[in-house]
Structures are given as C-alpha cells and as structure tokens.
Ligand binder design. Sequence first.
Ligand SMILES: [Zn+2]
Length: 174
Amino acid sequence: MEPLYLPQLANRRDRTLEIVVDTTVAEFDTLTPVRGKIVVKHGGTYLDVSAQTETILTLKCDRCLQQYNHRLALNATEIIWLEAEDPEPPRAGVEIKNELEELVESLPPDGHFQPDVWLYEQLCLAVPLRKLCNQDCAGITPIESPPEAQPSAPVKLDSRWGILEGLKDRLENG
Ligand SMILES: [Zn+2]
C-alpha cells in the first residue's frame, strides 16, 4: 500500500480514497490474507479513516495453551487530526496528560498517511485480549488456579500500546 500524500487527497473531487485490501501485513502473522477495504476521507482539518477487513490468524488459548484459529473481523474508524508538529518540548509534571496527548493521532497537513502502518496498528488492537479456544475451555488445571489469576501471554506490541497499558493500570489501581 502506497503512502497517501495528503494535499493530493484534499484535491480529489470527493476528497475520499477507497483502498482495496488483499494483502499480508508485515509483522502480523495471518493464515489468510487480510481482505477488505480502507476508506480515507479528507475532512479539511482531519482525516476520517475507516476499515472493514477480515482475516484468520492462529492464537494460543490462555487457558489450555493450545493453538486455535480465530477469525478476526476488523471494523475500525479513527479520526486523525491534521496539524503541524508541536515544536514545544514536553513539560515535566504533566506526565499523564502528555501520554494522553501522544495517544491522539495527528499528522502534518502536508504529510503522508501510511495505510499499511495504520492497518497494522488497528489489527493489533483488534486481537482479543482474552484468548480462549472456546468459551467453555476447562484449561489445564481448572481447580488449583483460576484462569483469571494467570497473567495472559505477553503480546508483542509497539511502545505506544505499552504506554496505554501503563496508563490503564494506573487509572484502575489508583
Ligand atoms: Zn483452551
């Protein structure tokens, strides 16, 4: 998928580009190609990006550790703000606020939108956090240790999801 030059998208008659997706995604292992579409709409000060795709991937059950195939249907929408890079360095003492700001996607108005990178991020987010081969899976040791107490398998994520996880923990624990 080619990077999209934003001023060019803004000059299209309907300011919208539909990208047909039928591809494997780098660093995201799937059994079948990711198929569907991405629609990118230029809203002047923002991009409205949405995707509907389907694929099948192999996951490992949190309870019994068996591998199983999971049909991953992605139905995602995101607003990406178009604004010039903030030249101001991050200030100390407002750590959480800064982390939240980093979670809001933005692009320079004269920059490029990379559909493949965006799709990769959305697919990572769509992978279920709780992986069960089946809702009634009894697991390996159902009596001694309840599955809820076991940490789920570490998932390879990029650092931004790490920030999100850390933030979530802090919000939940105090
Ligand atoms: Zn299982």
